[in-house]
Design a protein around this ligand. Structure first.
Ligand code: GRF
Length: 199
């Protein structure tokens, strides 16, 4: 049996995507192991969920910026993930842009999930943007991370209908249900072809 793909999960929020990944691993259909969870928010829900799943988790102080890490913090982040043996970095609601230290340390080994059908609606509250634009369909996208905001090469998408009477909340909930199916499945596919994607 191929050894499990070692994941490093980065999150700033409640951690429902982390939970979906951890459950897929526990259910036995995702051949992976979460080596480390890292957050930039000291009281993020993802820390409690990591503890509940018995996964090591750390809060890494981000420094003085709001949308990116202090370069030294980002070096420390890369080193912490490497020390934990991480092969694939999974952004799960991580609210900071990654820069050179991470992208160089993990070339084509960082993925993100975004709550829209990219390239439509990059950036914040993408479900709200879709609702305000009067879309009849939106969804979620898993993509590789580059130095841009929600710009890296796409891996997979799942679409979700926008229903009459939807509010930002109901639409976001429906998109998150799709995220919880799509993200573990994409990681399982990458784990299954690890020999080529890690080459
Ligand atoms: C998700 O909607 C994801 O698309 C976005 O941030 C949210 C994270 O939610 N990037 P959670 O913390 O995984 O519940």
């Amino acid at each position: 049996m191929t050894p499990p793909l070692v994941l490093g999960v980065l999150g700033s929020g409640k951690g429902s995507n982390f939970a979906a990944i951890a459950e897929a691993i526990a259910d036995g259909w995702l051949n992976a192991k979460v080596g480390l969870v890292v957050t930039d928010v000291p009281d993020a829900g993802i820390l409690r969920l990591a503890a509940a799943h018995g996964v090591p988790a750390v809060h890494l102080p981000p420094g003085r910026f709001k949308t990116k890490l202090e370069p030294e913090s980002e070096q420390l982040l890369a080193r912490s993930l490497q020390d934990a043996g991480v092969e694939l970095v999974v952004l799960a609601g991580y609210m900071r842009l990654l820069k050179e230290p991470m992208v160089t340390a993990f070339p084509r080994r960082i993925i993100n999930i975004h709550p829209s059908l990219l390239p439509k609606f990059p950036g914040l509250a993408a479900w709200q943007q879709a609702l305000e634009a009067g879309e009849s369909e939106t969804g979620c996208t898993v993509h590789y991370v580059d130095l841009g905001m929600d710009t890296g090469p796409m891996i997979a998408q799942e679409s979700v209908p926008v229903l009459p009477g939807d509010t930002a909340e109901t639409l976001h909930t429906r998109i998150q249900q799709a995220e919880h199916r799509l993200y573990p499945q994409v990681i399982a596919d990458l784990a299954a072809r690890r020999a080529t994607f890690l080459a």
